[in-house]
Design a protein around this ligand. Structure first.
Ligand code: GLN
Length: 505
């Protein structure tokens, strides 16, 4: 079987026509995982036996005449998205039980009683879950270095980070283990790792995809979305996971269009707005060149590129790093070692306060503790108005600014990140430098908009090519037109001309 694991649609076609069985595809994906994993550590656990069993079920459905939308497509799921007990495998030899950890020691031993809606929809559509992928603890980070279970490496250069927090999901797709994975994006965690790994990442409109079963980081910003090898596969995945879910009160009732169908079309008449910040002198010079070249490609497709003035964007990072930690401090209060969270042992004479303190001190990593402290401070009496209320006002103004810009432009374009993937350890000592990785992505979450990152070119470091991402931002529920522009750009841009250093063949 010569099927590429980097193309979900070919896999679906082959499985539907029975040219290949889901079992064969799954076997191939598991072998691919075995080849690249020792160098990448993208997965926290693998479901070998379960995946093969699930593949047999898909083959039986096809045999019975069904044509599931993702028949036999291997997928990876970020480990802050819950899978129920039937999908778990305890003890995979890596000290991890196969449950949902969100990259945190505090959730060690946690068993989710149910499967997240987005994951369940993939499974129902015939996708095969290979395993759970590594992430920054609770999604807090931009490098996957803040995982309690080790660092994931970038397939393009294993001395570099894959981005984060969905670093494992992006690395798995980039390394050719599976064409599609699920990530979550609170401030850039789908788009930034997709950019650093040379794959496509889509953060849907807030409410487009159910958050039921997603471990909460900052609930008003979190969205589940696809990371995929190409734009069409991202569209295919989004069609399956999007749509109303009674289990998530913020899930939208907006109808789900056929995103793949809408990939066909033209850019003629499209106005693309570029905010001044997109051309910051702080950007990597090769990224600046790649961004200008991308705008040139878009013009060649018939789009008009105009400058848009959005001074509020300058305040996005500051507002985000007040609001996200504030929500996190409240969401993470549940991990007290009593109802949720690994319980610390107590010595004689110690009481409930000691239990809380010990459990949380042992269970949370440094970055999560930093966020809890920042958030608690911003919410505390006397500071609430100054920090939380001000950030909330900035959020409103930012939403208005995007609304105005998107009333005249169909799409807003920026780089996805200020530069290529950075070396492991390069920013861990400087949290602010790490936060600035999100300078182009967090505003989109604050405004609740959809945005996609699509590979736009390469930078070079130590003679190694490193991918760069173009971010396209759209109006609420305009994923279809975003994906169309991204697909046209992807085609016009042509192949990246390089492959990652670590890639399954
Ligand atoms: N890097 C950002 C943060 O640390 C965004 C993370 C995310 O989107 N989950 O908050």
């Amino acid at each position: 079987m010569t099927l590429a694991l980097s193309d979900a649609r070919s896999i679906v076609h082959a499985v539907h026509t029975q040219e290949a069985s889901a079992r064969e595809v799954t076997g191939k994906a598991l072998r691919a995982m075995g080849t690249v994993e020792p160098r990448l550590r993208a997965f926290l656990c693998a479901f070998e036996a379960e995946a093969l069993r699930a593949a047999d079920l898909v083959d039986a459905r096809v045999e019975a005449g069904e044509r599931p939308a993702l028949a036999g497509v291997p997928v990876a799921i970020k480990d802050n998205i819950c899978l129920g007990p039937d999908l778990m495998k305890v003890g995979d030899g890596r000290g991890y039980g196969g449950a949902t950890t969100a990259g945190s020691r505090i959730l060690r031993g946690y068993r989710s009683p149910f499967t997240a809606t987005a994951a369940q929809r993939l499974i129902d559509a015939g996708a095969i879950v290979l395993g759970k992928t590594n992430l920054d603890e609770f999604g807090m980070g931009s490098s996957t270095e803040h995982s309690a279970f080790g660092v994931t490496r970038n397939p393009w250069d294993t001395s570099r980070v894959p981005g984060g927090s969905s670093g494992g999901s992006a690395a798995a797709v980039a390394a050719g283990v599976c064409p599609i994975s699920l990530g979550s994006d609170t401030g850039g965690s789908i788009r930034q790792p997709a950019a650093h790994c040379g794959v496509v990442g889509l953060k849907p409109t807030y409410g487009r995809v159910s958050r039921l079963g997603l471990v909460a980081y900052a609930s008003s910003l979190d969205q589940v979305g696809p990371i995929a090898a190409n734009v069409a596969d991202a569209a295919l995945c989004l069609r399956v996971i999007a749509g109303h879910d009674a289990g998530d009160a913020t899930s939208a009732r907006e109808p789900v269009p056929d995103y793949e169908e809408s990939l066909r079309g033209a850019c003629d008449g499209l106005v693309i707005g570029v905010p001044g910040q997109a051309r910051s002198s702080a950007n990597d010079p090769e990224l600046t060149d790649a961004f200008e070249a991308s705008l040139h490609v878009l013009r060649g497709l018939g789009a008009e590129v105009v400058s848009v003035d959005m001074p509020m964007l300058d305040h996005a990072i500051a507002a985000y790093y007040v609001l996200a930690p504030a929500e996190a401090s409240s969401n993470l209060a549940r991990y007290d070692g009593v109802r949720y969270g690994q319980r610390a042992g107590l010595s004689a004479g110690e009481g409930l306060r000691d239990l809380y303190e010990r459990s949380r001190s042992e269970g949370f990593g440094d970055e999560v503790k930093r966020r809890i402290m920042l958030g608690t401070y911003a919410l505390s009496g006397g500071y609430y108005d100054h920090y939380y209320a001000t950030a909330t006002r900035v959020r409103g103004l930012l939403r208005d600014a995007f609304g105005r810009a998107l009333a005249t432009c169909g799409v807003i374009a920026t780089p996805a990140t200020p530069g290529p993937a950075f070396p492991i350890g390069g920013k861990t000592a400087d949290p602010l430098a790490m936060y600035l990785e999100d300078v182009y992505t967090v505003g989109v979450n604050l405004a609740g908009l959809p945005a996609v990152s699509v590979p736009m070119g390469m930078a070079r470091r130590d003679a190694k090519p490193l991918p760069l991402g173009l971010q396209l931002i759209g109006a609420p529920f305009q994923e279809a037109s975003l994906l169309r522009v991204a697909a046209m750009f992807e085609r016009a841009r042509g192949p990246l001309g390089h492959g990652p250093e670590v890639r399954a063949t």
